[in-house]
Design a protein around this ligand. Structure first.
Ligand code: ATP
Ligand SMILES: Nc1nc2c(ncn2[C@@H]2O[C@H](COP(=O)(O)O)[C@@H](O)[C@H]2O)c(=O)[nH]1
Length: 206
């Protein structure tokens, strides 16, 4: 039987909802079975961020070159900076049968949905907009003006949550991780059962 391709798991949601926190918690668990796709960005590194670990930090010129060479699965300009997912890494990892985990904003997630309709799309939602603002402010990495831009974006992004396969509320990090792990396990069971049925069907003599 053909080896099953890895799943493409897309975690999206507004800035400050806790995508990075949840992703780091998921990847700190010893039994995690996903590979994290490190994104490219033209944003400057924040204090404590490392090139090739948190992001591949690129100049605008280099990023635009990657776009024109078709090297990105998706990309978006978000609050003045480019962000994008390296295409080769995603394909090679999935071809090796490993699940790939993307943590991206919603415009990019929409592009992935067009290109990878069998992806698994999970929207991470805040308990409320005021809690979202509190988290963005509490993180202390953006100016007040940028926080306001991100909140404005968040209002539009929240309207898109019904396009997703699942909505997970990030009320508490551990609980959000448990829900995401449960979703991925359930989706694997569902998809593998469909594959097996399909191969059984091919053996039929008609
Ligand atoms: N469940 C939670 N309860 C309370 N605070 C949280 C929770 N999850 C994350 N946070 C806090 O909210 C802030 C924003 O989290 P984080 O940076 O992970 O968000 P993000 O969605 O990745 O943001 P961005 O999209 O801008 O990268 C951080 O200070 C983080 O510690
Ligand atoms: N479309 C994409 N969005 C991405 C990617 N990597 C990260 N992001 C999202 O951008 C915003 C801002 O990130 P920050 O690190 O500056 O706070 C956030 O929502 C990220 O999830 C990507 O490859 N493509």
């Amino acid at each position: 039987m053909r080896k099953q391709r890895g799943l493409l798991i897309v975690l999206s949601g507004p800035s400050g909802v806790g995508k990075g926190t949840v992703r780091k918690e998921l990847f700190s668990q010893p039994d995690t079975n996903y590979e994290y796709s490190i994104s490219m960005t033209t944003r400057l590194p924040r204090e404590g961020e490392t090139d090739e670990v948190d992001y591949f930090f690129k100049s605008r010129e280099d990023f635009e070159e990657l776009i024109s060479q078709g090297k990105l699965l998706e990309y978006a300009e978000y609050v003045g900076n480019y962000y994008g997912t390296p295409l080769d890494y995603v394909n090679q990892t999935r071809d090796a049968g490993r699940d790939v985990f993307l943590e991206i904003e919603v415009q990019g997630a929409e592009q992935v949905r067009e290109k990878v309709p069998d992806g698994l799309f999970i929207f991470l939602a805040p308990p409320s907009l005021s809690e979202l603002e509190k988290r963005l402010t509490g993180r202390g990495t953006e100016t007040d003006a940028i926080i306001q831009s991100r909140i404005t974006e968040a209002r539009k992004e929240l309207e898109m949550m019904n396009l997703y396969d699942y909505v997970v509320e990030n009320d508490e990090v551990e609980r959000a991780c448990e829900r995401i792990n449960a979703i991925v396990i359930a989706e694997h069971c569902k998809r593998e059962r469909v594959e097996k049925r399909y191969y059984e069907m091919l053996k039929e003599n008609v």
